[in-house]
Design a protein around this ligand. Structure first.
Ligand SMILES: [Zn+2]
Length: 348
């Protein structure tokens, strides 16, 4: 581990050039951006959530306080604390029109950050449950809703289907892929994602199911790995799941062998600097591993993960990356880097 640590008294503490980062975050340096790691339900503005919950007469869980529990803007004590907002986020949208409403709000937030293309992650099976429809119908609704919203804002978008780690992950992946096939393998779907608590076991056939889907449907694979300290998950994401990209991968920063593996195989790490500080994936007294990625030639792209939960946007994450030691020159290259590693074909 490199000893050159950056003092980070706060999220955007002593930047190499704090003024530069500050102005960057304020949009003084406006340029096009690409977003490769963003969860749709973590990107819905609080005001939109409030409207939808009211419209659907949703009762929040006992003890859940909207103002206190829906936003995560300061570092959390645990991953569980960080995930508290999902107690409410998993309760909607039950109405079709509210899917459209939230999608428009999510895409509008991207437009404000000058995002030109985005890979949106969503758990379609949750949507099917909420909307009381089949997975294929839920996927079709998601495709249509995001297509209209993206067109309105002149943004290119692709969909990544997220599977959550756990006993049912293999069954759920098969169900999602069946829905995808039922719809004629729409081009809107560009990839698969594995998310969830890395301490949770998954069925032994899961990695081969991901690899088969990659080979058969030409879908990109991204795996949340090494976010909670288990560097071996980064290696298995690459070697077993056939990952093209790694979500977070913070643990890799301390393992030269894994850094070399990522570099040699040209695996891009989706770095979410604000999220990493809020979840504790990168402790307050440690430098962010993106400096190690840079040194080892590991490609990385700055992403926002759950921008509405953080009350920030991709521009803020890029400013945070500068506060963690990157230069404005690095940031200016990010659009091209995101294009290169995007699962969307034919981005110009
Ligand atoms: Zn994520």
């Amino acid at each position: 581990m490199d000893q050159r640590q950056i003092d980070l008294p706060g999220m955007l503490g002593d930047a190499r050039d704090a003024k530069e980062a500050h102005e960057y975050g304020k949009g003084a340096d406006v340029h096009s951006r690409g977003e490769l790691h963003m969860h749709m339900n973590g990107a819905i503005p609080t005001s939109t959530i409030r409207e939808i919950l009211a419209d659907e007469a949703t009762v929040l869980p006992a003890g859940f306080e909207f103002e206190r529990d829906l936003v995560r803007a300061t570092p959390c004590q645990s991953l569980a604390e960080y995930l508290t907002p999902w107690q409410a986020l998993r309760l909607f949208p039950r109405k079709r029109e509210n899917l459209d409403r939230l999608t428009f709000a999510v895409v509008a937030g991207l437009a404000e950050n000058n995002v030109r293309f985005v890979e949106l992650r969503s758990s379609v099976l949750y949507l099917a449950q909420l909307q009381k429809c089949s997975p294929a119908q839920a996927l079709e609704r998601l495709i249509e809703s995001t297509r209209v919203a993206a067109l309105r804002h002149g943004i290119r978008r692709g969909l990544i289907l997220t599977v959550t780690r756990g006993d049912y992950s293999a069954v759920n992946l098969s169900t999602l892929l069946q829905a995808y096939q039922d719809l004629g393998e729409p081009k809107d779907v560009i990839g698969l994602d594995l998310a969830g608590d890395e301490e949770t076991a998954y069925p032994k056939e899961l990695p081969s199911l991901f690899r088969e889907a990659k080979d058969r449907f030409d879908l990109g694979i991204t795996i949340h790995a090494g976010e909670t300290g288990r560097v071996e998950n980064v290696r298995s994401a690459v070697e077993l799941f056939g990952a093209d990209r790694i979500g977070h991968g913070t643990a890799a920063g301390k393992d030269p062998d894994v850094l070399e593996l990522l570099s040699a195989r040209d695996i891009c790490v989706e770095v979410c600097p604000i999220s990493n500080r809020l979840t504790g994936a990168v402790p307050a007294n440690e430098a962010h591993p993106l400096q190690q990625f840079w040194r080892y030639g590991v490609p990385f792209v700055i992403c926002s993960d759950n921008p509405a939960i953080h009350q920030r946007g991709l521009a803020d994450d890029q400013a945070a990356a500068m506060a963690e030691g990157l230069s404005i020159g690095d940031m200016r290259q990010q659009y091209e880097v995101a294009k290169r590693y995007s699962f969307m074909k034919d981005l110009i």
